[in-house]
Design a protein around this ligand. Structure first.
Ligand code: UDP
Ligand code: MG
Length: 315
């Protein structure tokens, strides 16, 4: 059987300071796997010297380096998606260009894939050289996300991961606009194995994930994978309704015993609570319809077959 091909996918955005050193380490890591490989760079609309360097790399290494360059900045998640769309490998590896995720782990990830893992995902034990703010928000966020998601999303993982071809093929079928790749990967299931590592500092340059981009990604993560925020008003409505009914019963009992002891405003307050309860319930019900419509719109595969025996399918 022919040697299995590996595809390394690297999104790049204003990275002229780190690109060349990054290439050397990535290429060395790919060589040490002993497999044939391709390195796919996706330039996400950089206007600095990044593209010049990519042209040079493509010229010097026509067999291994491939480059796609976007017309403008579409964002990290779409840059990775473009790389996956064009990758030809039997396994796809996604990695940031800035060397925060050590390329030297790649041979180990490949070994784990050969041992049967469909997904090998990087799990960050520690994050070096990042601000307290980033570390704290990341920690809180991953915990909030996993508590809201209907599928378990592993804590403290990024997009640094290896995907088997059959997993990548499912990705190719999921064309939703707002993409949160690590969540989509968790949604798919398959045999997913963590590889633990310490996240290094950036080799050079500054983070390209501005606060605005981080907030967008965080929202995509929560709203793409959970309809809970939409259903929340229903829960509030039920709670308020319970309070209102309890108040009403208490007042009826008190009135029956003490005559007209309850002041008018208290009746009005209980009436108001019950009306609000009704309103919240209806908003929540609308949310449930919206959530279902959103799920239909995403048009994800209904199910995913990981293996089939004695059938004609190849999966
Ligand atoms: N990146 C991208 N488009 C963007 C922002 C970032 O392609 O709009 C790339 C960037 O070049 C890097 C990766 O995505 O390879 C992760 O970005 P960064 O290291 O700045 O994020 P951080 O590690 O700070 O979260
Ligand atoms: Mg980084």
């Amino acid at each position: 059987m022919a040697e299995k091909l590996l595809s390394l996918i690297i999104p790049v955005y204003y990275e002229e300071e780190v690109l060349m050193e990054s290439y050397r380490r990535m290429d060395a890591a790919m060589q040490s796997t002993g497999h044939p490989y391709e390195i796919i760079y996706v330039n996400d609309g950089s206007r600095d010297g990044t593209m010049k360097q990519l042209r040079q790399l493509a010229k010097e290494h026509p067999d291994t380096v491939k480059v796609y360059s976007f017309s403008r900045n579409f964002g990290h998640q779409l840059a990775v998606t473009c790389g996956m769309d064009h990758a030809k490998g039997d396994a796809l590896i996604i990695i940031d260009v800035d060397l925060q995720d050590p390329p030297e782990l790649i041979p180990k990830m490949v070994a784990m894939w050969k041992d049967g893992a469909d997904i090998v995902y990087g799990k960050r034990l520690k994050r070096k050289g990042e601000t307290i703010f980033k570390k704290l928000t990341a920690k809180l966020y991953y915990r909030l996300l996993s508590s809201m998601s209907a599928y378990p999303i592993p804590l403290d993982t990024g997009d640094f991961r290896l995907l088997d071809r059959k997993v990548a093929n499912v990705f190719l079928k999921m064309r939703e606009q707002a993409r949160f790749l690590r969540g989509m990967s968790a949604w798919m299931g398959f045999e997913a194995v963590p590889i633990e590592y310490v996240r290094d500092e950036r080799a050079a340059g500054k983070t390209k994930y501005t606060l605005k981009k981080m907030i967008k990604l965080a929202c995509d993560g929560i709203f793409n994978f959970s309809s809970k925020p939409l259903e929340l008003p229903f829960g509030i409505g039920i709670g308020l309704g319970f309070l209102g009914v309890l108040g009403l019963i208490t007042m009826i009992v008190l009135t029956a015993i003490f005559g007209s002891a309850c002041p008018q405003w208290l009746w009005a307050a209980v009436g108001g609570t019950l009306l609000f309860a009704l309103l919240f319930c209806f908003v929540g019900i609308q949310g449930m319809y919206l959530g279902r419509m959103y799920d239909e719109l995403k048009d994800r595969p209904l199910y995913i077959v990981a293996e089939s025996l004695n059938t004609d399918e190849k999966a």
